[in-house]
Design a protein around this ligand. Structure first.
Ligand SMILES: Nc1ncnc2c1ncn2[C@@H]1O[C@H](COP(=O)(O)OP(=O)(O)O)[C@@H](O)[C@H]1O
Ligand SMILES: [Mg+2]
Length: 260
């Protein structure tokens, strides 16, 4: 990490409550993913165990041992990156903006939920035409992305496709992240309500877990704190597209340090 840190305005009581709400909502989205992350770990462990056993067979050649070791290494690296992404996301970090590569942030978020998405037959299409950097609180933007991805998956109970598009608008100097799904869509009369706190259309499932209606209201809060914008377009029966716009520099800002 180089340079100075940019701290946001001093925390007032409202700020503290807002932070607590954001943290609670963040943990709740991790809860949604917990079982698929645990399954993924189990799969990785099984792979590691099997290749370790294979490599240790007395009949194994030098070449096959090397191949087994490579598989063990790959599995361990994947497990380590999932853990580090999970820890980064749940840790109570200082609210500090760093110049962050948004494509890397999207990939980090996908690490957390790609198992959950594939379990629900949801395919991801990446359209990363450029790699914009923006001065953001990385954990908060990850929280927005995770909320949008989980909502998209929940809108496609029989599976579908999520297209993730990262762009840069040179005219407005904004980075744009588009999250597009092929789900149920949102009727026009509900479209203006979805960012309201506690607005949800999700009934409790067999485990009694319904929607909290807090996901998008927290997204909006975070985006306002970043002087960004969020907009939604939706066609019932076809799908929805959420666009997050984030300034690539803040007016009057000193240069923001690059994320470590
Ligand atoms: N991608 C989407 N497709 C269809 N409906 C959506 C989508 N994202 C959000 N919604 C609607 O907006 C509502 C509010 O979303 P959110 O604030 O995340 O709360 P929750 O997910 O807990 O219901 C959802 O209940 C749903 O009706
Ligand atoms: Mg939600």
């Amino acid at each position: 990490m180089i340079g100075e840190e940019t701290l946001l305005s001093p925390a007032t009581e409202t700020d503290l409550l807002r932070q607590q709400l954001q943290r609670a909502q963040r943990l709740s989205s991790v809860g949604t993913l917990a079982s698929s992350v645990a399954h993924e770990f189990n799969n990785i462990l099984t792979t590691i165990l099997n290749y370790a056993k294979l490599g240790l067979r007395p009949t194994a050649t030098e070449q096959s041992r090397l191949e087994c070791l490579e598989k063990v290494l790959k599995g361990s690296q994947r497990a380590a990156s999932i853990v580090s992404s999970m820890l980064g996301f749940t840790r109570n970090q200082a609210i500090r903006r760093d110049l962050t590569d948004l494509v890397a942030l999207v990939e980090d978020t996908l690490l957390l939920c790609e198992k959950d998405l594939s379990k629900h037959q949801v395919h991801i299409e990446r359209k990363f035409t450029c790699r914009p950097k923006a001065p953001v609180v990385a954990q908060q933007i990850q929280q927005i992305l995770l909320n949008l991805l989980i909502n998209a998956r929940q809108a496609m109970p029989r599976g579908g496709r999520i297209t993730l598009d990262v762009r840069e608008n040179a005219r407005t100097h904004m980075a744009e992240i588009h999250v597009c799904d092929t789900g149920a869509g949102i009727p026009p009369e509900k479209l203006r309500l979805i960012f309201d706190p506690f607005f949800t259309t999700k009934e409790p499932d067999s485990d009694g877990h319904g929607g909290s209606g807090l996901g998008l209201s927290v997204c909006r809060q975070i985006i306002e704190q970043h002087q960004g914008r969020i907009r939604v377009e939706s066609i019932v029966g076809k799908g929805s597209k959420f666009t997050v716009k984030l300034p690539m520099a803040l007016p009057g800002d000193r240069p923001v340090p690059e994320a470590a």
